[in-house]
Design a protein around this ligand. Structure first.
Ligand code: PLP
Length: 393
């Protein structure tokens, strides 16, 4: 058994790991998809950096951060995801990164078509619809078949590519926030390339819980945040543009602080959360020391599989996310099929079992309840979820 798989089920290891995090007493959190906790040592480093920047103010920032530390942090981030530093620009979150890419993509002509699906994040859908209003393009929206399979997902894109010959650009979500479905990014991007369609990848949920290589995936444009599974302070993200495609994204709103051939001109120039950025080296060190995305992903998948295996045998519970290992991660959604209102069931999970979950609507397959274990979730928490599902169904 590979090390990460063995370790994923080692409750003692994860109990010791969880002890590095402070945890407010209250409901058992099965909604860890919103953002991740920072470890206590990251919080301490962040506080030290807040105090440092507050004391030293612009002297430190102008003398040391702008030309030194920020470049080093960017290089470390690039190394973490296996790309060159010139391909990365720091941003405030995934939305900023993705909206800048969509807004500034300069290869669209009036009459072209752009593609989104029912599983995209709403701020991405909004930006693609904005293109229709301001660039005169047509937005094509497709719904994915449910239950989805690797082949059905690929087929729905192939069908759209064939049916809409004026498609030039599409959004693609690596891990959808609605059901946790992992898209076959490499296969879809390859099919898109055959039709000359560019892909902007929303990687918000993938970073830190999945291993991937953007070059192997065939992705030239992507947006990320750092606050979900990497464990960084809130307010940080980054944009990726393959260096050979930089000219296809215009400087953001006429940005002039960096030369045209610098990716940093593709993001809004503003004063960032410098203490948070200065905390990143500690974040990366801890992420890598515990085994990185492979170790985190293995644990989250293990917890997910524990409850999904039980729930598949419970009439009255539908697990919305497939069991093909290529198509799931730690996040998975379910639905109580005998109950109309999923919010009522979320309330009952909380009030009767102390389990904190979330309704997600917007998928063509209908509203569902998203279950997202975190790195401090225990096997006992999952056993309680299984009991609750069985009793409430
Ligand atoms: C799939 C997906 N895309 C984009 C975002 C937006 O991320 P941010 O809050 O960093 O802008 C989220 C946030 O949860 C998400 O789940």
């Amino acid at each position: 058994m590979p090390d990460n798989t063995r370790r994923a089920r080692d409750e003692l290891f994860w109990k010791t790991f969880a002890d590095r995090y402070s945890n407010e007493p209250g409901p058992i959190n099965l909604e860890n998809g919103y953002f991740g906790r920072m470890s206590r040592t990251v919080v301490e480093e962040y506080q030290r950096n807040i105090e440092l920047i507050n004391r030293s103010n612009s002297v430190h920032v102008r003398q040391r951060f702008e030309q030194g530390e920020s470049l080093e942090i960017r290089a470390q981030l690039a190394e973490l995801i296996g790309v060159r530093a010139q391909a990365i620009a720091l941003t405030r979150n995934a939305t900023d990164s993705l909206q800048s890419l969509i807004r500034n993509y300069n290869r669209l002509q009036p009459g072209d078509q752009v593609l989104i699906c029912d599983l995209e994040y709403d701020t991405v859908k909004g930006a693609m619809r904005w293109l229709a209003r301001y660039r005169g393009v047509e937005v094509i929206e497709i719904d994915h078949q449910h239950p989805a399979s690797f082949d059905s997902l690929l087929a729905s894109y192939r069908e759209a590519f064939a049916r809409y010959p004026r498609l030039k650009l599409m959004a693609l979500t690596h891990v959808t926030h609605r059901t946790g479905l992992v898209m076959p990014v490499q296969a879809i991007a390859a099919a898109a390339r055959e039709h000359g369609i560019d892909v902007i990848l929303d990687g918000a949920h993938a970073l830190g819980q999945m291993e991937f290589n953007l070059q192997e995936l065939g992705i030239a444009f992507a947006g990320y945040n750092l606050h979900k599974w990497i464990g960084a302070p809130l307010t940080l993200g980054f944009m990726y543009i393959a260096p050979e495609r930089l000219a296809d994204i215009d400087p953001d709103m006429g940005e002039i602080h960096f030369p045209l051939n610098d990716i940093r001109a593709r993001t809004p120039y503003s004063t960032p959360n410098i203490p948070a950025l200065l905390t990143l080296p500690q974040v990366f060190e801890e992420h890598l020391a515990m085994g990185g995305s492979a170790a985190k992903g293995a644990r989250l998948n293990y917890l997910r599989n524990e409850w999904v295996r039980a729930a598949r045998n419970l009439p009255g519970i539908e697990v919305m996310t497939p069991d093909d290992p290529r198509l799931y991660c730690g996040i998975t959604s379910l639905r109580f099929t005998r109950h109309e209102d999923q919010q009522v069931m979320v309330d009952r999970l909380l009030n009767e079992y102390n389990l904190f979950t979330l309704v997600r609507s917007g998928a063509a397959s209908g509203p569902c309840i998203r279950i997202t274990p975190g790195l401090t979730t225990t096997a006992g928490d999952i056993a309680l979820l299984i009991k609750a599902l069985d009793q409430l169904r």
